[in-house]
Write a protein of this length. Structure first.
Length: 134
């Protein structure tokens, strides 16, 4: 008797059958949080390549010229701009999250404002850097 009641309660709960991630409207703090994770993962993955390239440039004159030629094409510049965005976003958002960890600015209004500031600063710094690189 108890199992039948349990089954009826479970079947009456409305659960989503299909979750379309492209239609979900995340608030700005959620977007900053997801971008913080993505930028951290990207920095982790690219660190080995950056260290290899840096070591190659310090080995010899030929290694330096190879690294210079490798970084002078357009694709490498776009990749470098992307790495710079990941670094600046991860740094600024990380500072924001550290402030949230000490319970500073945890109300919803400040969370939205600080998230917007993180996005504006990271994109602004990246734009200045891209003008300098190109």
């Amino acid at each position: 008797m108890g199992d039948g009641k349990k089954a009826n309660i479970m079947s009456s709960v409305k659960r989503p059958k299909y979750l379309n991630l492209l239609k979900i409207r995340l608030p700005v703090p959620g977007i900053v949080s997801i971008l913080h994770r993505i930028s951290g993962f990207g920095l982790f993955v690219i660190t080995g390549v950056i260290l290899w390239l840096f070591g190659l440039s310090l080995e010899s004159k030929e290694g330096f010229e190879f690294a210079l030629n490798l970084m002078s094409n357009s694709f490498s510049k776009i990749l470098l701009i992307g790495i710079f965005w990941a670094f600046t976003h991860h740094l600024i958002a990380g500072i924001r999250f550290l402030l949230l960890d000490i319970h500073w600015g945890t109300d919803i209004l400040f969370a939205r404002i600080s998230s917007t500031i993180v996005l504006v600063l990271s994109v602004s710094f990246t734009m200045f850097f891209s003008f300098w690189v190109w």
